[in-house]
Design a protein around this ligand. Structure first.
Ligand code: ADP
Ligand code: MG
Length: 559
């Protein structure tokens, strides 16, 4: 099969059966065939494998593929062999090592898959020296970076191997890399900046939506009821996958769990049931999905905050690989952010700023009143149009409310009371309440307080959460609030804080109409909303604010 530098387009057709290259594939393949070091960043499903498989067939010698998971390698192996490509792997579960090594030396292999820990060993280098190597392909290359979301220290040890073969080109591939990770991959793997090829990240057929968690089981039932076709629900824990799968299965659809704690037989059975099915739902941890190529997944729901924008993009990207309309829904709660922030303290200091940036980016995605796709694409360095027309916020723009003044009042109260009191105390002080503690501390005497009126008072809590998300306030273990790094910007009013107004859906009320300006005057709009709600639902009036910067729903009930 090792045709000497056969025409790539001809090989594409004869070996792979494809009519043409997709996206940047042609560009990447051309660079690789020219022997140039390359980092290809292409979204999941864009066809990264082809970028090394085709050169592997076209070039004389064997292409060595470094891949992080045995399951992934064996999937690839199967599909490569099905195309008639001479492929093998050297992993702990392979029993044909001797034969594979012999074939490699004899020039009878196009592709050899190995894990990074094996590839970095001296034994492997010696083996390669006895063979002809055409290309090093480093798949899932974000694993090389501490900035990445799946850091694998063994990827760092690959460099000496690559450098030991200066004439062999290297091709790193990943779906997910923000600018930091990208730079890091280039540096770690010795690829010049001009070797970077990025394909467009937009997945226009995916409709993105983000909602606060508000009765998860019911929300998921609604998704299942509204969407036929195969779906994936990502749950944060193993226990949650089982519990949700059980609950949702009562609706009559096949819903199965998948997580690393299940026996390999159960996992394999559930996975193949899913691959074969036309309407099954898999409730899984993120252990599910890597390397799974099911084109007709119609929806991916995250029942909790993903680890990063990269993981979110990759996981939600498993929807709609066939190009047909699909849905990506993210359901989050304030506690997700609290937990994520707590975990920062647990990682080594050198990685903490990366973690913090990751959480902030997720905050930007869930909090935005603007286009979700724009947030995602900007994260990957693209300059998207301000509106995509196919995300929740573009389809139904939320009404916004400027609460900068309330934020200033709260920050000023935090400052004047010595940055140590909890929200309950601050609320009492701000609304001019008097209790023993307030009197004792002399906080009733501070003239700045008592300035938050009855209508504004319900905003204090959501504003406090907003400020925490924005790094303007930090809470200690006892709930005491102190200034965070950004406090002064908000105190001075240089940075604005706004809330997204979201009338209660559960009451069957339609959302406030698009783009309507409720800032002027703020509280008149608030009162109007309450009246509408009360009239329509015949219940005590209340409004739910989903503030854009906070990460929770606040129920605001007039007394
Ligand atoms: P990635 O690794 O980027 O997620 P894969 O390499 O697994 O993507 O490819 C995803 C799917 O796209 C596979 O089913 C593959 O056969 C298909 N594919 C790749 N290149 C092409 C192409 N040029 N034309 C049509 N389909 C392609
Ligand atoms: Mg791949």
């Amino acid at each position: 099969m090792s045709a000497m530098l056969a025409d790539p387009a001809a090989l594409l057709r004869s070996v792979f059966g494809f009519e043409g290259f997709r996206g940047v594939q042609a560009q990447v393949v051309e660079r690789v065939l020219a022997g140039k070091a390359t980092l290809a960043i292409m979204p999941t499903g864009a066809g990264k494998s082809l970028c090394y498989q085709l050169p592997a067939v076209a070039l004389p010698g064997c292409c060595v593929v470094i891949s992080p998971l045995i399951a992934l390698m064996h999937d690839q192996l199967r599909s490569a062999r099905a195309l008639g490509i001479r492929a093998a792997s050297l992993t702990s579960v392979d029993s044909d090592w001797r034969e594979t090594q012999d074939r490699l030396r004899a020039g009878e292999l196009d592709l050899l898959y190995v894990a990074p820990e094996r590839a970095s060993g001296t034994g492997f280098r010696t083996l390669l020296e006895s063979a002809r190597i055409s290309l090093f392909a480093i798949d899932e290359a974000h694993c090389v970076s501490e900035w990445g979301h799946d850091f694998r220290p063994d990827y760092r040890l690959l460099r000496p191997l690559l450098d030991a073969f200066p004439d062999v080109p290297r091709l790193a591939l990943t779906a997910t890399a923000d600018r930091h990770t990208r730079d890091d991959i280039l540096a770690q793997l010795g690829i010049p900046p001009e070797g970077l090829i990025i394909s467009g990240f937009d997945r226009p057929n995916i409709r993105y939506a983000v909602q606060p968690r508000d009765g998860l089981q019911r929300q998921l039932q609604d998704v299942l009821a509204a969407n036929s076709g195969p779906g994936i629900i990502y749950a944060p824990t193993r226990a949650a996958t089982e519990q949700l799968a059980q609950g949702l299965a009562r609706g009559g659809r096949t819903v199965l769990p998948y997580h690393a704690g299940l026996s390999s037989e159960v996992r394999a059975a559930n996975q193949s049931a899913f691959l074969a099915s036309e309407d099954m739902v898999m409730v899984a941890t993120v252990a599910f999905g890597m390397g799974i190529d099911k084109p007709d997944v119609r929806f991916v729901v995250h029942a909790g905050l993903p680890k990063s924008i990269e993981s979110y993009y990759q996981e939600s990207g498993r929807a709609g690989r066939d190009g047909e309309p699909a849905i990506a829904l993210l359901l989050w709660g304030a506690e997700d952010f609290v937990r994520a922030r707590q975990r920062i303290a647990e990682v080594e200091p050198a990685r903490q700023s990366g973690e913090r940036a990751r959480i902030a980016s997720l905050g930007a995605l869930v909090e935005t009143a603007g286009c979700r796709r724009a947030v995602l694409l900007r994260h990957f360095g693209e300059t998207p149009p301000p509106q995509c027309g196919n995300c929740d916020n573009c389809l139904e723009p939320p009404a916004c409310m400027d609460v900068t003044e309330t934020a200033q009042k709260l920050l000023s109260a935090v400052h004047r009371t010595g940055q140590s009191f909890g929200l309950g105390h601050l609320e009492a002080v701000l609304t001019g309440k008097s209790n023993e503690r307030i009197v004792q501390r002399g906080h009733d005497a501070l003239s700045v307080f008592g300035i938050v009126g009855r209508e504004e008072a319900p905003l204090i809590k959501p504003v406090a959460r907003a400020l925490q998300v924005l790094d303007a306030l930090t809470a200690n273990d006892h709930g005491g609030l102190a200034f965070g790094p950004a406090a002064r910007d908000y105190l001075r009013g240089e940075e604005k804080v706004s809330l997204v107004l979201q009338p209660a859906k559960a009451r069957g009320r339609k959302r406030a109409s698009g783009g309507q300006d409720v800032n002027d005057p703020i509280f008149e709009a608030l009162r109007a909303c309450r009246r509408d709600l009360a009239k329509e639902a015949g219940v005590p009036p209340y409004v739910i604010f989903h503030d854009s910067t906070l990460h929770e729903m606040a129920r605001i009930r007039p007394k």
